[in-house]
Design a binder for this molecule. Structure first.
Ligand SMILES: NC(=O)c1ccc[n+]([C@@H]2O[C@H](COP(=O)([O-])OP(=O)(O)OC[C@H]3O[C@@H](n4cnc5c(N)ncnc54)[C@H](OP(=O)(O)O)[C@@H]3O)[C@@H](O)[C@H]2O)c1
Length: 287
């Protein structure tokens, strides 16, 4: 089976590269080798390689900056997705497109299901929702996978950022105490690979971790794991501070009800283990 993966230099793209089995013939592309906003380039790549499945992990993902660069956010997250959807439709291939919990407005108090109505509260979420809508309207064979708070050792996502801050300054300040469901990028990559080979019929799937947690609680969990690992002479400090207005473009609550559920206890154990493994990677890199 031939698979075209976009966004290969991103954190999910790198995890997909790490997990891809040998029985798939995969081309990994990044913004240099395949700019998804360029329709001619997309068509040439898709017509040349004739993939059975395209996995689009490429996206404009800077949530705060999107407020000042909305044209670029829409170009990548909406026009780019439309280009891939049209190219997929032309050759009859399937498009698996990654989307986000930020398509929701954050007013819920229980995890969002795929049946809940999106209503994004920021430019990033609006551009991602536009991408979903275009993908569904332009291509018959689409799966949208929405995920939330993706983390890995790659890139400066929340978990490595907090670990590095605690290691260097012993303290970290949390400015936006939003609630979400942190998702391990490797588990997400494995789920996508499973969807390539044995797809569910559902067009919109929520896949995330199963621990509903605030940023403050997550940072405290990281500090606890880090303490066990490094045994600091004085305890790590996690403080909640006043947010600057710039930070409040994020929905307050964006937990997803994941298609794969485990017990709360097991989910917490897995999250602790995943944090532990990122701590190990970071400390090994430093030493
Ligand atoms: N990270 C999260 O917490 C999170 C949460 C919910 C949903 N998601 C979704 O999950 C997906 C993967 O996210 P991620 O964390 O892996 O993001 P990421 O690390 O920011 O990677 C995104 C990649 O997209 C590429 N890209 C940007 N513009 C492009 C263009 N015009 N053409 C081709 N590639 C382009 C970038 O490529 P270059 O590096 O080559 O410039 C970047 O490597 C995205 O759809 C995102 O919206 C992420």
């Amino acid at each position: 089976m031939r698979v075209l993966i976009t966004g290969a230099r991103g954190q999910l793209g790198q995890c997909l590269r790490d997990c891809t089995p040998d029985n798939l013939e995969v081309i990994f592309t990044d913004s240099k080798t395949l700019d998804i906003t360029n329709l001619a380039t997309v068509n040439a790549m898709v017509e040349g390689f004739q993939p059975h499945v395209i996995v689009n992990t490429a996206a404009y993902t800077n949530v705060n900056q999107a407020e000042n660069e909305s044209a670029l956010a829409f170009k990548v997250n909406a026009v780019g997705v439309a280009n891939l959807a049209q190219a997929a439709q032309k050759i009859g291939c399937r498009l698996i497109h990654l989307s986000t919990d930020y398509v929701f407005d954050g007013k819920a108090n229980q995890p969002y299901t795929h049946l809940d109505a999106p209503n994004p509260s920021n430019t990033y979420g609006q551009s991602k929702l536009a991408g979903e809508t275009l993908a569904l309207s332009l291509c018959d064979n689409v799966t949208i996978i929405r995920t939330s708070w993706v983390f890995s050792q790659y890139s400066n996502n929340f978990i490595p950022t907090v670990i590095n801050k605690l290691l260097s300054e012993q303290t970290v300040q949390i400015t936006e105490n939003t609630t979400g469901t942190p998702t391990n990028a490797y588990e997400l990559a494995k789920f996508i690979l499973q969807q390539i080979q044995s797809p569910l019929s559902q067009k919109i799937i929520h896949y995330s971790g199963n621990v509903v947690i605030t940023r403050l609680q997550l940072a405290q969990m990281i500090a606890e794991e880090l303490s066990q690992y490094t045994m600091p002479s004085s305890p790590y400090q996690v403080q909640l501070t006043e947010a600057t207005s710039r930070d409040w473009v994020r929905p307050n609550y964006s937990a997803l009800a994941s298609i794969q559920s485990v017990t709360e206890q097991e989910a917490r154990r897995q999250l602790q283990q995943q944090i532990h493994s990122i701590i190990q990677t970071i400390i090994n890199e430093v030493n």
